[in-house]
Write a protein that binds this ligand. Structure first.
Ligand code: SF4
Length: 694
């Protein structure tokens, strides 16, 4: 007998929040989800969950969901509900008109790390095959693009080296620019368990995050560096490792390019890279840096876990390469308990990068300029592809402001809240003649849109997400799409209206195509995922069971490549006008721009963004805990309440961007990583004043 309110059946699926990729049972009563229960056989979470995945799914039925397509001629006009057919035909005819008038490359698209692999693949295929341009980019541009560049350059593939289970064999855990207990809670708990068992902990972070000291754990070293000095810090680690003879010489000799290694060894051995010399930049005592570097190099298996506090800098890619350098020098890649491990923010950041969403790469990180790769896709898709890379997101906006980029298709991404220097984003969007948004809510970017196509939540579609350990998990449809179609079906309709019909009956057929065209996905299929539960790529004839640990028998690129990583101070400098440095992060209850979590009960735990400030900085300005202050940078100004906190170091303030209007991106600048254009969200010079004073 089933009692009223009790679930009748369940659907096993994957959490749509962070990159841990927890498996859940969506428990159902009739056509309604009544509860999300962590799934004990989920290989990423083993039955655990956090407050986001477990409780914050109610946004899927929130009254703000848009379920009817809408169009308008001008962004000042009211929206008009229309049929799917009219909306799709209108969008397609606008894109065709724009391309006829301004040229083929005057349009582009943005894929989403919240959508499935199959949906992301289809959007980049539409842009390349139906639009005929490589102007496609992913929201990973603004988070982990330096991970892709840095790890591909040094090791040969754009992905973390380990599986989550590997942490159980780590003797030393180094956490840099990440806050796993808030942003990746299930993995953070697992890390804490290993620390309670006795593993040593190094935390490199400007802020005293929970891991540094809590009732159960105390870090062996907390290096509270000045924002923007990550590269200086890790070069100092390299200096200690090289000059104190702490290298694994045999590992380096067997696995790495020795010419590059010798160059790197001479570079980091230079006294200018010593902890003593770098102290002037990092602000961290040289003795602590020496102690931490010795622990990393000699403490047994040493694993690095890092987040956006590494990548979102003007030297984001350089710092990723620094981590690979010290890991190779100490033999800490290619076995359990070690590695260089990006903690991915969004559920499918890894997947959106794998699926060919970058303007220069096709699936599996293969460059467009490689004739054999391009020809394989040309044959399969029946089109000719341009060998030249297209525009990245910031370049699309620049081109729009200059007048050469006029139309964009954005799936599941809110660039008018999430991207830096929002004024620049708005100027770019406002200059376009056709902005098409596909989303579940009327987000901030939709304020500048001409066509709105209702999106579907993870509960409304089949597909796959790939988590931070390269694990491909199935997403299973629990309820029908509220607007009638899943996102992959909408992309197909738009492609057909553009004159390039796609023929898939189910996302499994899209995955079959991905597997056909992508060596690292060669053996992946929905059937296989149903049988195994999940699998970690590469999964092919060489690794039919998948690959939990990368680079075990040599690096993917052949010999590991040490890179020279000169420290270059950021252009964003403090001075009399803007004497404080602002850095940004996330909190446990919320997720990124908050579009989902703000529409759930999680909002009561954190109803607003606040500015954390050291007591001395507050006192200097006559600011008390709870006061409202203005925060001004050279690009904008916003208002927040202050939380006086000794988690901060003097001279550094911190906030989140989960709420709109007061969010940090009104003031973040458009400085970016030299290699990938990932924005420098983590370093903004600001002034903070009480609002009732001049
Ligand atoms: Fe979802 Fe991440 Fe929480 Fe797991 S840890 S339940 S994937 S938000």
């Amino acid at each position: 007998i089933i009692e009223a309110g009790q679930p009748e059946h369940s659907v096993i699926t994957t959490c749509a929040y962070c990159g841990v990729g927890c498996s859940f049972k969506a428990e159902m009563r009739g056509d309604e989800v009544v509860r999300m229960m962590p799934y004990k056989d989920g290989k990423a979470n083993h039955g655990h969950s956090c407050v986001k995945g477990r409780f914050a799914w109610g946004y899927s039925t929130h009254k703000d969901r848009i379920t009817k397509p809408m169009i308008r001629a001008k962004i000042t006009d009211p929206w008009k509900e229309v049929s799917w057919e009219e909306a799709i035909n209108h969008a397609a005819s606008e894109f065709k008109r724009i391309q006829k008038k301004y040229g083929r490359t005057s349009v582009g698209g943005i894929t989403s790390s919240r959508c499935t692999n199959e949906e992301t693949y289809l959007v980049q295929k539409l842009v390349r095959a139906a639009f005929g341009t490589n102007n496609v980019d992913t929201c990973a541009r603004v988070c982990h693009s330096p991970t892709g560049y840095g790890l591909a350059t040094t090791l040969g593939t754009s992905a973390g080296t380990q599986d989550f289970d590997s942490v159980d064999e780590a003797d030393v855990i180094m956490v840099m620019g990440a806050n796993p207990t808030d942003a990746h809670p299930v993995f953070g708990s697992r890390m804490k368990r290993r620390l309670r068992e006795g593993a040593k902990l190094i935390v490199i972070d400007p802020r005293r995050i929970d891991l540094v000291k809590n009732p159960h754990i105390e870090a062996d070293y907390h290096l509270p560096l000045r924002p923007g000095t990550n590269t200086a810090m890790l070069n100092a680690f390299g200096h200690v490792i090289v000059t104190e003879g702490l290298m694994d010489e045999e590992y380096v000799r067997e696995r790495c390019d020795l010419e590059e290694f010798n160059r790197w060894r001479a570079f980091v051995a230079d006294p200018k890279n010593s902890p003593e010399a770098m102290e002037a930049f990092t602000g961290v005592k040289a003795a602590d840096v020496r102690g931490a570097a010795r622990l990393y190099a000699t403490g047994g298996n040493a694993a690095i876990y890092y987040g956006l506090g590494v990548t979102e800098h003007s030297q984001g890619s350089t710092t990723v390469m620094c981590m690979a350098n010290i890991a190779m020098a100490t033999g800490n890649i290619g076995h359990n308990g070690a590695g260089v491990n990006p903690l991915r923010g969004q559920n499918n950041v890894q997947g959106s990068c794998d699926m060919g969403s970058f303007p220069h790469e096709l699936t599996g990180y293969r460059h467009l300029s490689t004739d054999s790769v391009r020809q394989q896709f040309e044959q399969d898709w029946g089109v000719t592809l341009d060998p030249e890379p297209g525009l990245r997101i910031p370049n699309m906006l620049d081109a729009a402001i200059e007048g050469s980029f006029k139309g964009i298709y954005i799936q599941g991404e809110d660039i008018a809240q999430s991207d830096p220097n929002i004024q620049h984003v708005i100027a770019g969007l406002s200059a376009m003649e056709c902005v098409v948004i596909q989303d579940i809510f009327l987000n901030e970017t939709a304020n500048y849109a001409h066509v709105f196509l209702p999106g579907s939540t993870f509960l409304e579609k089949d597909g796959t997400f790939t988590n931070a350990e390269r694990r491909i998990n199935l997403v299973r449809r629990a309820v029908k799409p509220k607007a009638g179609y899943a996102d992959w079906e909408v992309t197909m309709m738009l492609s057909e209206a553009l004159g390039y019909p796609m023929h898939y009956n189910h996302p499994s057929e899209i995955m079959d195509e991905i597997a056909r065209l992508t060596p690292t996905f060669q053996n992946v299929s929905f059937k296989m995922l149903e049988e195994k539960g999940s699998v970690q790529w590469p999964c092919n004839d060489k690794a039919p069971e998948g690959t939990p640990i990368m680079h075990m028998n040599g690096f993917v690129r052949g010999k590991g490549r040490f890179m020279i990583t000169e420290y270059v101070p950021t252009e964003e400098k403090v001075g009399p006008r803007f004497p404080l440095l602002l850095t940004t992060g996330r909190i446990l209850a919320h997720y990124n721009v908050g579009a989902q979590t703000r529409r759930t009960d999680n909002v009561v735990w954190h109803p607003e963004d606040v500015l954390e400030m050291h007591p001395h900085d507050a006192e200097d300005r006559g600011i008390r805990d709870g006061d409202t202050v203005s925060i001004a940078s050279r690009v904008g100004e916003t208002t927040l309440r202050v939380k006086v906190s000794d988690r901060m170091q003097p001279g550094v303030v911190y906030t989140t961007f989960h709420h709109f209007g007061t969010g940090a991106n009104v003031i973040t600048t458009d400085y970016s990583d030299w290699a990938t254009n990932c924005p420098e969200y983590k370093v903004t010079a600001v002034q903070v004043r009480p609002t009732n004073r001049p």
